[in-house]
Design a protein around this ligand. Structure first.
Ligand SMILES: [Zn+2]
Length: 113
């Protein structure tokens, strides 16, 4: 596998960050999207997965201190999220020009998969 540049990976976090935050019902969160693993409300929250991701990867977190392996893992979670939120007309995504598909292609090329 080719060498993966950490800066390239970190750059890819911008899009899902915005995307996930947009999709979350932040107004319904009593904790202002700050995940609290000890809070039953958080554990049972339907937005739990997205919320945990945000708390691991938002602008406050020093991504450059994480390992490439760690960044890749977090990025793949984001890929799943963006992927599962594509509308049905994205089935022909090879030719799709939307932001989601453009980002997914970028991730694929950086990860070399
Ligand atoms: Zn698309």
């Amino acid at each position: 596998m080719a060498n993966i540049n950490k800066a390239d990976l970190i750059q890819l976090f911008d899009f899902p960050r915005t995307r996930i935050l947009q999709s979350m019902e932040v107004t319904h969160c009593p904790h202002a999207v700050f995940f609290n693993a000890a809070d039953e409300q958080c554990i049972n929250c339907h937005q739990g997965e997205e919320c945990i991701w945000m708390n691991h990867n938002d602008e406050m977190v020093a991504l450059e201190k994480k390992s490439v392996e760690e960044l890749k893992q977090q990025l793949l979670i984001a890929v799943d999220f963006v992927d599962s939120n594509l509308s049905p007309h994205h089935l022909s995504r090879r030719n799709c020009q939307c932001d989601n598909c453009a980002w997914l292609r970028k991730v694929q090329s950086v990860l070399g998969s």
